[in-house]
Design a protein around this ligand. Structure first.
Ligand code: GLN
Length: 365
């Protein structure tokens, strides 16, 4: 492994010096942190992190290598990674390779030997901001700053149409009676696995597919996927979702899909101070009174007052750390959504019942 130096520069001028990992180069994005202790490969391949530099608070990264199939998309689209201790060697019987080779072959630049505890405390107090990782600007701070200034702001950024599938594709058993049209805003594979495991045949459509094309497939229900970017600028998705709701068929939304469903009902979204990213976020299901430990990854959230004042919507789940809205459903339509990740991968399986709920809405229909 190379021992080249690398620099991490934050938009507020804070600098960290470390060691290059992955591919040599320069790359910027919004810096965010995930507190999960495991699952780095699933996190790095989650398309919702497109345009973001992911800091892991767990200190050992790379130690169990990578496995070809344990991915949430075909290729990582993250803007970089920041870790404390990067393992050059991996021990796991069925690993198909090292994380170093995986990152390098997918053009991901990262930085290791960073005091991630200090960095995360800084981000937690200062909030989300852009940053840049580089192995090329050693001693040229002005040059690096100029590169950082070119990184777009996550606020107002539309990314789903860039990461979604270009052509529709199928997932699951084609003989199944339950057919779900999935609107791909940056869908994680484990959502499709969870649907297929419950006997659902999925057709995954590009983010900008029209309602005519979606409904022509004659689905039993619609799924609105997770994905990167700012939901407030996804007018096309909000308008398609309004038409989807008009069909009266069951609808399930996860994360970005939840935000889009809320917007289709007139609720606005806003950017959080530093977001929720980790595997142990506590959620309360208001309808059952039970709590769930959940996997989360979001930087935007729906506005609480808008949901409370909305006559069409019921709050179904709340985040127990900060009281933000974590789930909603429509009063008069079989449509619901959650801000977190019932498919997890990585993370606990407490919320998998939501997929069962979606399937029973469709079988009832
Ligand atoms: N995982 C997601 O779907 C993320 C949704 C959205 N991009 C956010 O950050 O809030």
């Amino acid at each position: 492994m190379n021992k080249q130096k690398a620099t991490l520069l934050l938009a507020d001028g804070t600098i960290f010096h470390g060691t290059l990992i992955g591919k040599p180069g320069t790359n910027g994005g919004e810096i965010c942190f995930n507190t999960g202790m495991t699952g780095y490969q699933e996190i790095y391949t989650d398309p919702s992190y497109t345009g973001q530099i992911v800091v892991s608070t767990t200190s050992h990264i790379g130690n169990y290598g990578v496995i070809e199939d344990e991915v949430e998309s075909d290729s990582p689209t993250i803007a970089g990674i920041v870790v404390n201790s990067f393992s050059e060697i991996h021990s796991r019987l069925d690993a198909s390779g090292s994380l170093q080779d995986y990152l390098a072959s997918h053009n991901i630049t990262g930085i290791a030997d960073i005091d991630t505890r200090k960095l995360v405390r800084h981000l937690r107090s200062q909030g989300a901001m852009n940053a840049i990782i580089s192995s090329e600007y050693e001693g040229d701070l002005a040059g690096l700053k100029a590169e950082l200034n070119m990184v777009p702001d996550m606020n107002g950024l539309e990314l789903s149409s860039k990461v979604c599938t270009k052509e529709p594709y199928f997932f699951g058993d084609e003989n199944s009676q339950i057919r779900v049209a999935c609107l791909d805003f940056g869908i994680k594979k484990n959502i499709l696995r969870n649907l297929a495991d419950r006997g659902v045949y999925c057709k995954v459509f590009p983010a900008k597919t029209s309602i005519e094309e979606l409904s022509a497939w004659n689905p039993s229900g619609y799924f609105l996927s997770n994905g990167p970017g700012d939901p407030a600028v996804m007018d096309y998705a909000v308008s398609t979702t309004k038409s989807i709701l008009d069909t009266g068929l069951p609808v399930f939304g996860i994360c970005l899909g939840h935000q889009v469903l809320a917007e289709a009902c007139g609720v606005s979204t806003y950017k959080m101070h530093h977001g929720h990213r980790g595997l142990n976020h506590p959620i309360k299901n208001i309808l059952t009174g039970k709590s769930e430990i959940t996997s989360q990854n979001h930087g935007f959230v729906v506005k609480k007052e808008d949901v409370e004042n909305n006559k069409e919507l019921v709050i179904t789940h709340v985040h127990l750390n900060d009281g933000t809205i974590a789930g909603i459903k429509l009063k008069n339509k079989p449509a619901f959504s959650v801000q977190y990740h019932p498919e997890s991968s990585p993370g606990p399986h407490d919320s998998r019942y939501l997929f069962d709920d979606f399937v029973s809405l469709m079988t009832k229909n």
